[in-house]
Design a protein around this ligand. Structure first.
Ligand SMILES: [Zn+2]
Length: 287
């Protein structure tokens, strides 16, 4: 009981220290100068490249990487064996998954935190942020078959959507509370914001500046030949699922710029208003 009390106190304090950033507008982001020429957002295996594999997705060829027996898509998205078996049925969307089977039943994410995970308070803080801003609830797993296990990883990575058996959020020590909020975004079903079908209306992808081998991670779902939808309001530069201008640059020049050539920064503070709206679309009330 004592443990529980001190945990919940810490939990509350931590929540207060996290700033959700619905006010991070495009203008705000544009006015912030990048502090580093080359940045790297969440990656499952930083500075490593796996063997390139392909699978058929809705009749089109999709590329992913294999690290040992772990398949990785767009740097930090883990593909489960189920995903690969069901590849023809896998729906890729710009910001969210619509397939009912990919959503957590009753908006409840069952979870477990590995006892060996360093700094578990970042997980509790990220969960508190999600619960404060969305209808998703997180319940410690007892015997449920489908649950997410937070465990130590070489980088930050997660499966996208509900898998139905054990699925993972892998966190290296360097993964922050903000990175964890991003990974939970994948767990509940969000894809990266820059993979929206309409993103070319808002940004240019400068392929020649992207680290060799990372190019396919900048594709839209249409370029991959898959179905999807974009949430209303256009590309959300403030999304916690958005990449920054210099992410995965091989030469210090921007990989993503706005249409006028200007650069922007990404944020990992909290869910944006549009992130929250998208989650509400995926998990409507009532179900
Ligand atoms: Zn990600």
């Amino acid at each position: 009981m004592k443990n529980k009390l001190s945990y919940s106190l810490f939990y509350t304090l931590t929540v207060l220290s996290i700033s959700c950033s619905p006010e991070a507008t495009e203008h705000d982001l544009q006015s912030v100068k990048p502090t580093s020429a080359i940045t790297r957002p969440e990656e499952a295996f930083p500075n490593q490249r796996g063997s390139i594999q392909t699978t058929k997705l809705n009749g089109k060829t999709v590329t992913y990487q294999l690290f040992g027996d772990q398949a990785v898509f767009e740097n930090d998205i883990l593909l489960s064996e189920h995903d690969l078996r069901q590849a023809d049925d896998l729906q890729i969307e710009g910001t969210g998954r619509t397939k009912a089977s990919s959503r957590w039943p009753n908006k409840i994410v069952y979870y477990s935190i590995s006892p060996s995970l360093p700094n578990p308070s970042r997980v509790l803080a990220a969960i508190a942020h999600w619960e404060a801003n969305t209808p998703i609830r997180f319940v410690e797993r007892t015997t449920q078959r489908g649950y997410v296990l937070f465990q130590t990883g070489s980088g930050c990575s997660a499966n996208v959507g509900y898998v139905g058996s054990v699925q993972y959020i892998n966190l290296a020590s360097s993964c922050t509370t903000g990175n964890t909020i991003h990974e939970i975004g994948h767990t509940v079903g969000l894809w990266h914001e820059h993979s929206r079908a309409d993103r070319d209306t808002y940004v240019n992808i400068n392929t020649s500046n992207i680290i060799t081998g990372y190019e396919t991670d900048f594709q839209t779902y249409v370029q991959r030949g898959t179905d999807g939808f974009d949430s209303e309001g256009g590309l959300d530069f403030g999304s916690i699922m958005m990449y920054g201008s210099y992410d995965f640059s091989k030469n210090g020049l921007p990989t993503i710029t706005k249409k006028d050539g200007s650069t922007f920064t990404s944020q990992r503070n909290g869910l944006s208003q549009i992130d929250i709206q998208t989650v509400n679309l995926m998990y409507p009330t009532p179900n």
